[in-house]
Design a protein around this ligand. Structure first.
Ligand SMILES: [Zn+2]
Ligand SMILES: [Zn+2]
Length: 479
């Protein structure tokens, strides 16, 4: 008697059987061939810490369809898989498991901590690959890469050096998103903005020559007033014309600051006069550069106020906010408090409120890179569906800021930059040696007192390199 067909489809039986058959017969393997036309897709490497989500299911299905379609048409098709070391994400996972034993990464030191992460990766890093197989993804698994592999790391360093030589990478001081808990810089994309119910605080700054006269400024972060180095008004604002150029006394610290005129000031916001804190706000930073103001950073990397914050030093930023307000209230310089909705950046890994923070970092110049990406869309070579996204895309590309690529974490590709102590002692900006390996001596002064940059690269920088065939070290892959 014929076996009856099961009434229900059993994916477990079917999918496992067929995936095994495909793998056993090496149906996804690609060999270099001069007869067949090549067709290759590099997978956007999923995070090694991750599990697949709906977004992966969608984009991997599309890639699989393209690969299988071309394979059936006789192309030499390769779907190149890999996983991403996922800098902060992985570091946080391992930090959390250490915390259960009452340990911090600093207790272990860099080398032991990195060894712990590798251990974690060996134990858990294959989850996402197993899941991709469950989806039926037809990758050539024999070629699987990990972004921290030696050959891949070398390619990342090569890409950095190539961009540096083209003057597309530079080091500089700028306001970046800083996570006081992770104690690292974050890119704009890594600081997720959340709408919060906050307050707008109106602070009164007395005039030096007439302490009974004030200019009021509105702020959402009153503790940063300790770093104010000017008050700005719009030159067209009739309310403040006579004050331009006059001196104010910054309360609590009794610092003299000037009233400056700048057309960037929005006359409609708050009182129309704004405090300028060049070391703690990106717009104020630009204003500070333009008007040659002093940059006073009043916060330590852990989010506590530093010695420049006077008697508030040592207080956590939010405690300092309360203390500053309390004191201003006591001396009659807190005019009023208004409820105010505001959008606040949060660290995408630990949800701590990020701080716009002035620090020395490495950046990629984005304008020259965005130009061709704008051109192809404007010329219609690349089209958006639905079309309305064209505007969103162009708006993004045309206003793009330089990308902060350095991270103050331990897990990742160390930046391939060395410093010569001798050259630096003469000129702090000098003494940079860009090199894949540690140079024996400084090419300028022959000193051997050389140390490597401590910062590592943003994960997105190295994951992005995977898409530049020139830098993926493919020459080193056998077969
Ligand atoms: Zn964080
Ligand atoms: Zn030197």
């Amino acid at each position: 008697m014929a076996e009856e067909l099961s009434k229900q489809y059993n994916p477990k039986e079917t999918e496992e059987k067929w995936y095994k058959t495909w793998e056993d017969n090496n149906l996804f393997g690609a060999k270099i061939s001069s007869e067949k036309k090549p067709y290759c897709i590099v997978i956007p490497p999923p995070n090694v810490t991750g599990i697949l989500h709906m977004g992966h299911a969608l984009n991997n299905t599309i890639q699989d369809i393209l690969i299988r379609y071309h394979r059936m048409r006789g192309f030499n098709s390769l779907w190149m898989p890999g996983t991403d070391h996922a800098g902060i994400a992985t570091q946080n996972v391992v930090e959390r498991s250490l915390a259960k034993e009452g340990l911090k990464r600093q207790d272990l030191g860099v080398d032991k901590f990195i060894a712990k992460i590798w251990e974690w990766k060996e134990r858990n890093g294959s989850t996402i690959i197993t899941q991709l197989k469950k989806l039926g993804a037809s990758c050539d698994w024999s070629r699987t890469r990990f972004t921290m592999d030696a050959a891949y790391s070398e390619s990342v360093a090569e890409a950095f050096i190539w961009l540096y030589k083209k003057k597309l990478i530079y080091q500089g001081y700028y306001i970046i998103n800083w996570c006081p808990r992770c104690q690292t810089a974050l890119s704009d994309e890594e600081a997720s903005h959340v709408e919060l119910e906050g307050n707008l605080y109106y602070l009164k700054y007395p005039l030096k020559n007439n302490p009974n006269e004030f200019i009021s400024v509105a702020t959402t972060r009153p503790e940063t007033m300790l770093g104010d180095t000017a008050v700005a008004v719009n030159p067209k604002d009739p309310r403040y014309k006579e004050y331009i150029g006059k001196t104010l006394i910054l309360p609590l610290l009794n610092r003299e600051i000037k009233v400056i005129a700048d057309s960037m000031v929005d006359m409609e916001f708050g009182t129309g006069a704004v405090k300028v804190t060049p070391a703690h706000d990106p717009n104020d930073y630009r204003m500070g550069k333009k008007h040659n103001l002093e940059f006073i950073n009043v916060m330590a990397p852990d989010g506590k106020m530093n010695s420049l914050a006077g008697k508030f030093s040592g207080l956590d930023r939010f405690k300092a906010r309360e203390a500053v307000l309390e004191e201003l209230k006591t001396i009659g310089l807190l005019e009023k408090i208004q409820e105010h909705k505001l959008s606040v950046g949060h660290c995408y890994r630990c949800r701590t409120i990020v701080e716009p923070y002035l620090s020395k970092q490495w950046f990629v110049k984005m304008r020259p890179l965005a130009r061709p990406a704008i051109k192809v869309v404007k010329k219609g070579k690349i089209k958006f569906y639905p079309q309305r996204w064209t505007k969103v895309y162009l708006n993004w590309m045309e206003n793009i800021q330089d990308w902060c690529i350095s991270r103050q974490i331990w897990w990742g590709h160390r930046i391939p930059v060395y410093y010569c102590k001798n050259c630096q002692s003469k000129n702090p900006a000098k003494g940079i040696i860009v090199s894949k390996t540690k140079p024996e001596e400084c090419p300028k002064c022959a000193s051997t007192d050389i140390f490597q940059e401590k910062d590592v690269l943003d994960t997105w920088f190295s994951a992005g390199c995977g898409h530049l065939p020139h830098f993926t070290g493919q020459k080193k892959t056998p077969t």
